[in-house]
Design a protein around this ligand. Structure first.
Ligand SMILES: Cc1cc2nc3c(=O)[nH]c(=O)nc-3n(C[C@H](O)[C@H](O)[C@H](O)COP(=O)(O)OP(=O)(O)OC[C@H]3O[C@@H](n4cnc5c(N)ncnc54)[C@H](O)[C@@H]3O)c2cc1C
Length: 257
């Protein structure tokens, strides 16, 4: 059956007696206290013992110059500091957004020897419908370039660069678009060999394609979510498998991204 990820996530919190606040923009953090603004414009405060805040994503903030000493920062980077690649950056309003706006080769359009994979590339726009509070504060989730798609992009870019260096071609030969690939995620929800749980999720494609999959934007054969002990074991096995892969130990190429 089809249900929103909101129900999936919120039921996990409810089952564990946790309260949640969504659609919030944190505007101040003090010792043990966080202040936020909600989508309806109201303000709130929450106290904490432990907190993990992920700040709004931005690039490193490089300034770039060409051989002649000319500043080419705006040619290479979007205003948020991420690198411009073969994405459609002039898609305009939400109603015009398409899955095809997302980059495929990850190559900079002006400098053919420069690529940006994973977290480094500038997305054409956010994924969800943009929201802001009545005070004008944008409150949106950042497009997630998580581990699996980042690695798939890195692999495609490396293969393209290889072919270009070997002189086989002048153009990238491999592509990895987030609107054409799926992603899997296993999120721990409690450890324990026999009573641990994790949520196992897949989405295909990562960027919803409402033209190809009207309604949800996703292929329901490749989009699933389930919580249980099996996913906890999968998470445990993947933990060791990925460290094995990272160390390039025998058979590492057989372990998927
Ligand atoms: C708290 C947190 C939890 C996460 N949990 C998950 C998860 O459970 N599952 C998942 O799939 N993803 C998760 N992610 C996302 C995942 O970590 C990233 O999507 C992924 O690491 C991006 O890969 P990347 O190679 O593009 O960039 P990075 O892994 O950030 O690699 C970039 C590298 O470039 C280096 N660098 C930067 N500037 C320079 C420079 N000037 N010169 C040389 N080197 C430089 C950095 O040191 C870094 O090593 C999480 C992210 C965060 C922050």
């Amino acid at each position: 059956f089809v249900t929103s990820s909101k129900v999936f996530a919120e039921s996990l919190y409810a089952e564990r007696g946790m309260n949640w606040i969504i659609g919030a923009h944190v505007n101040k953090v003090e010792a043990g206290k966080v202040t936020y603004e909600l989508l309806d414009g109201s303000a709130g405060e929450a106290e904490f013992d432990f907190s993990m805040l992920i700040p709004p994503f931005a690039g490193v903030g490089f300034t770039a110059f060409d051989k002649a000493g000319e500043d080419i920062t705006s040619k290479l980077f979007a205003p948020n500091g991420f690198m411009k690649v073969d994405a459609k950056y002039d898609a305009g309003a939400y109603e015009n957004w398409k899955a095809s706006d997302w980059p495929r080769t990850l190559q900079n359009p002006d400098y053919k020897n420069i690529f940006a994979a994973g977290i480094a590339f500038a997305p054409p726009h956010i994924i969800s419908k943009p929201m802001s509070s009545p005070n004008g504060t944008p409150i949106n989730p950042t497009p997630p370039r998580t581990g699996m798609p980042s690695a798939m992009m890195g692999k495609a870019v490396a293969a393209s660069i290889c072919d270009m260096i070997k002189g086989k071609t002048n153009e990238p030969t491999h592509t990895a678009s987030m609107s054409e690939m799926g992603a899997a995620c296993v999120a721990s929800a409690g450890k324990g060999l026999f009573n641990g749980t994790a949520a196992a999720m897949t989405v295909y494609p990562i960027i919803p394609d409402f033209e190809k999959y009207p309604g949800t934007g996703r292929d329901l054969n490749g989009t699933t979510g389930e919580i249980g002990l099996a996913a906890h074991w999968v998470k445990h096995i993947l933990h060791h498998a990925f460290i094995w892969k990272a160390k390039l130990k025998p058979g590492w190429t057989l372990i998927p991204e």
